[in-house]
Design a protein around this ligand. Structure first.
Ligand code: HBI
Ligand code: FE
Length: 280
C-alpha cells in the first residue's frame, strides 16, 4: 500500500458518498442532516462481538506503562468504559460522559466532511463510527472504525481539560476553514488528538487515539529509536506533513494537557499568515 504524502486534510471526503465506487465505508443512506445515525446493538453479530473482545483484551494488555494516567484512570476506573462486556452502547456511555464533561457521543456511519465533523466537536459531540472492522483488518485499518474511535478517543473525553480543548479545537477548525488554514490545523489534530505523546512523572506516554488503539504503533511510538520525538510546538506541528496510512516519522511530546490547552488558546490567524508566507 503506497503511502499518501500530505493529503489536503487527513480524511478529506468532501463530495464523496457511500457508494462503493468512492470506497467510503458505512451506510450513509439512513443518516440525519448532521450525518448522525442510530446505533442498533442488534447490528453486531456474534463474530463481531467476539472480534471486539479480542481487540479490547489485546490493547488492555499493552496500555499499562504506555498510556497516560488520564486514559488509564478512565479505562480501568470508570465502569461506563468497561469494554470487556462487549461493544458499548453509546446511550449508556452518554449518561456517564454527560456527568463527567458534558460531552455526548453521536453515532455516525463513518468519515464525515470536515465542517460536519468540526461542528460536532464545537458542540461537545464526539462522532463515533458504528461499524467494526473485518477480521482481515484485525491488525490495521486506515479508516476509523468503532474500535479506533471508542477505545482510542472516548476515554480521554472524560478528562475535563482535554474535553475543553477538543471543543475549542472544533471552533478553531471551523474558523480555520473560513480562513483557508484547515490543512494546517488538521496537522495539529493529527499530531495531538490522533498521535500525541505526553511526559508524565518523567515518562513519555501516549494520549493520542491513533497510538492508543494500535498495538503496533503504541509500542513503536514509545519504544522504537526510529521516529523523532520532539517537544510539542504548535507551529512545528502545523509545518509537519504526515502520512495517513503508515506509522509516524515524528511524534510531538506535551509537558502536560494544560500546555495543549494554553498553546492552542491564542488566535491562530497570524500563524496562518506566517505559514502562508512560507509557502509563497
Ligand atoms: N470524520 N468520523 C470522522 N472521524 C474523524 O476523525 C474525522 C472525520 N472527518 C474529518 C476529520 N476527521 C479530519 O478533518 C480531522 O482528523 C482533522
Ligand atoms: Fe481518530
Amino acid at each position: 500500500m503506497d503511502s499518501v504524502a500530505t493529503p489536503p486534510t487527513a480524511f478529506d471526503i468532501s463530495g464523496k458518498t457511500s457508494d462503493p465506487n468512492t470506497g467510503l465505508r458505512g451506510n450513509y443512506a439512513a443518516m440525519a442532516a448532521d450525518f448522525t445515525v442510530q446505533q442498533h446493538m442488534s447490528d453486531y453479530s456474534d463474530a463481531g462481538q467476539a472480534r471486539w473482545l479480542r481487540l479490547v483484551e489485546r490493547q488492555l494488555a499493552l496500555i499499562p506503562g504506555r498510556a497516560c494516567d488520564e486514559f488509564l484512570n478512565a479505562v480501568l476506573g470508570n465502569p461506563a468504559l468497561d469494554m470487556r462486556h462487549g461493544i458499548p452502547n453509546f446511550a449508556d456511555v452518554n449518561v456517564a460522559l454527560k456527568a463527567a464533561t458534558n460531552w455526548q457521543l453521536v453515532a455516525v456511519p463513518g468519515l464525515l466532511p470536515d465542517d460536519v465533523f468540526f461542528t460536532h466537536l464545537a458542540n461537545r459531540r464526539f462522532p463515533v463510527t458504528v461499524w467494526l472492522r473485518e477480521e482481515s483488518e484485525f491488525d490495521y485499518i486506515v479508516e476509523p472504525d468503532i474500535f479506533h474511535d471508542f477505545f482510542g478517543h472516548v476515554p480521554m473525553l472524560f478528562t475535563p481539560i482535554y474535553a475543553d480543548h477538543l471543543e475549542a479545537y472544533g471552533h478553531g477548525a471551523l474558523k480555520a476553514k473560513r480562513l483557508g488554514g484547515l490543512d494546517w490545523l488538521a496537522r495539529l489534530y493529527w499530531y495531538t488528538i490522533e498521535f500525541g505523546l505526553i511526559r508524565e512523572h518523567g515518562k513519555v506516554l501516549a494520549y493520542g487515539a491513533g497510538v492508543l488503539s494500535s498495538p503496533k504503533e503504541l509500542i513503536y511510538a514509545l519504544e522504537s529509536d526510529i521516529p523523532a520525538r520532539l517537544p510539542f510546538d504548535v507551529m512545528t506541528s502545523m509545518r509537519s506533513a504526515f502520512l495517513i496510512d503508515d506509522v509516524q516519522t515524528t511524534y510531538f511530546v506535551l509537558d502536560s494537557l494544560q500546555q495543549l490547552r494554553d498553546d492552542t488558546a491564542p488566535d491562530f490567524t497570524p500563524l496562518y499568515e506566517v505559514l502562508r508566507a512560507e509557502m509563497a
